[in-house]
Design a protein around this ligand. Structure first.
Ligand code: PGA
Length: 248
């Protein structure tokens, strides 16, 4: 099965950096059979649209506003992203929840807007260290899923991917054990099965994210419940991103 490997470039790269990055990535990606997505900062999207035409790299963004248009100074709409050939958008990344106080109610609205415009949403969920240490992981994952997917129709779930990203693993160099990841991914499928159906749970793409590097990619991506990866730091270097993307 093909894996979905997503780069999250976060707040990095000028136009020139983006050009150099993509020049290298396009060449390196030719032999890759997995699906490759790069979530660019907004300011790189127009350049990415030009450079990635006729390549297999899919264009993604890191955020979107929940409203369709209007007086929301500084914000970017789903329609604007679609216009830049953006196919997929991250929602609910822990950095947005932490630094911008995004709630799962808001995240739910963002997902609905993206689906309305025919784009896919990568819903990020995951527990903090404190929540894990106090045995609240499952409770937190359930709450996040219940709120984020509230009111969605089952047939819309094919355009939603779930990234399980423990907050304590993001940018820290720490990763959960394979067993811990499998347990959470199974639990996520359980919740989806309860809220929607067994079929929806089985078909859901669940990605792992948090300190994924070329040297742990094989172990983490070969877990049976995991369908791909969301890569932050290691995706900034085309070479290390491709090493991760090569994992079968
Ligand atoms: P990281 O980030 O790979 O640098 O830990 C992952 C993410 O934020 O999605």
């Amino acid at each position: 099965m093909k894996k979905i490997i997503i780069a999250n470039l976060k707040m990095n790269f000028t136009q020139e950096d983006t050009k150099n990055y993509l020049d290298e990535l396009i060449t390196l990606s030719e032999s890759i059979t997995n699906k490759l997505v790069v979530c660019f900062p907004y300011t790189s999207l127009a350049l990415a649209k030009d450079m990635l035409l006729n390549t297999k790299i899919i264009i993604g963004a890191q955020n979107v506003h929940q409203n369709e248009s209007g007086a929301f100074t500084g914000e970017i709409s789903a329609k604007m992203l679609k216009d830049l050939s953006c196919k997929i958008v991250l929602v609910g990344h822990s950095e947005r929840r932490m630094y911008f106080e995004e709630s799962y109610k808001l995240i739910n609205e963002k997902i609905k807007t993206l689906l309305k415009y025919g784009m896919r949403a990568v819903l990020c969920i995951g527990e903090t260290l404190k929540e894990r240490e106090t045995s609240k992981t499952k409770q937190v994952l359930k709450q996040q899923l219940d709120q984020a997917l509230n009111g969605l129709y089952e047939n819309e779930l094919k355009n939603v991917l779930i990234a399980y990203e423990p907050v304590w693993a993001i940018g820290t160099g720490k990763t959960p054990t394979g067993k811990q990841i499998e347990e959470c991914a199974k639990y996520i499928r359980n919740v989806i099965s309860q809220n929607f159906s067994e079929k929806a749970a089985k078909n859901m793409n669940i990605l792992y994210g948090g300190s994924l590097k070329p040297d742990n990619a094989k172990t983490l991506l070969s877990l049976s419940e995991i369908n791909g990866a969301l890569v932050g730091g290691a995706s900034l270097n085309p070479d290390s991103f491709i090493k991760i993307a090569k994992v079968k």
